[in-house]
Design a protein around this ligand. Structure first.
Ligand code: PAF
Length: 290
């Protein structure tokens, strides 16, 4: 496995290996867990044995607000590299601090519809930071495909919109959310949770499971579904809800009633200082309809 930290070397690698295709990218911020590694597995399937899987590890400063956890974000480069090597990754790009952005960088990429609600309300800077860094990685690495997790459903949707609107010739592949045995969505930020917070955080996936069961039984009223999710989360004293929202799974616009396209329930919940997100994308099985 080759590790590249210098962007000049990365450009040279991308040029020298331009015929080795497909090239499939898995962008990460490190602190890898099985959820990330499952994205690497998806990348390998897409790349096949002739192609190349490239992962990136970069805690991107531009997607963190000053009060957020950029400084404390877990960093474990050696362990991450060992995991990626064991998983058969071919190249890992680990930009040195400051290597990706000019000190006077003044160009960013903003998406103004898909990213406006949900995370965009709580973290107004976030998607501009994500789009900008992902576009830079696309330009530097020139992948044929890139894999993003559905745990960050809105991020995945924003990236798809950016790829469409800016004509990046890149296929975006979604990887399903991986969960701990009790249902908590895998996240690098789970490492921040105290044992008590960790025990209570399972309520998030439990509340989403209950909403799924209610929709399977025919409930279509979104405000009832959301208030049930909120009430269930609120049973845990350490949980502080940031948002619980019900939106159309494609447009991410709020909807009142679950229609043929289904419903995305997205939640952000604080446990102490740790903010966790999760979602349920429920699609109606139309083949079941009369
Ligand atoms: O999902 C993440 O880990 C980050 O937002 C990403 C896509 C690597 C961009 O920094």
């Amino acid at each position: 496995m080759r590790v590249i930290t210098d962007m000049v070397e990365l450009r040279a690698w991308a040029m020298d290996h331009r015929a080795t295709r497909p090239r499939v990218l898995v962008p990460t911020m490190g602190a890898l867990h099985e959820g990330h590694l499952s994205l690497v597995d998806r990348a390998r399937i897409r790349a096949g044995t002739d192609g190349v899987v490239v992962a990136t590890i970069f805690v991107n400063p531009t997607q963190f607000a000053p009060h957020e956890d950029f400084d404390s974000y877990p960093r474990q480069a050696e362990a991450d590299l060992a995991m990626l090597e064991a998983r058969g990754c071919d190249v890992v790009v680990v930009p040195e601090r400051g290597a990706l952005y000019a000190s006077d960088a003044s160009v960013t990429i903003s998406e103004s519809a898909i990213g406006a609600g949900l995370e965009g309300v709580s973290r107004p800077h976030f998607f501009t930071g994500v789009c900008t860094v992902v576009a830079k990685l696309f330009n530097l690495i020139q992948p044929d495909a890139a894999v993003f997790g559905e745990k960050d459903y809105q991020q995945l949707a924003v990236i798809r919109r950016m790829v469409r609107d800016l004509d990046f010739p890149i296929e975006i592949i979604a990887g399903p959310t991986l969960r701990e045995v009790d249902g908590l969505a895998m996240s690098s930020r789970n490492a921040y949770l105290s044992p008590e917070e960790r025990a209570q955080a399972v309520v998030i996936s439990q509340s989403l499971d209950a909403a799924r069961a209610a929709m399977e039984e025919g409930m279509v009223d979104v405000s009832t579904l959301l208030s049930r999710v909120e009430k269930q989360i609120a049973t845990q004293p350490l949980a502080r809800i940031d948002y619980v929202a019900g939106v159309h799974p494609d447009t991410l616009e709020p909807i009142d009633s679950v229609g043929d396209d289904g419903l995305l329930i997205a939640v952000g919940v604080f446990f102490g200082k740790t903010r966790l997100i999760d979602n349920l994308c429920w699609r109606r099985n139309l083949s079941d309809a009369g």
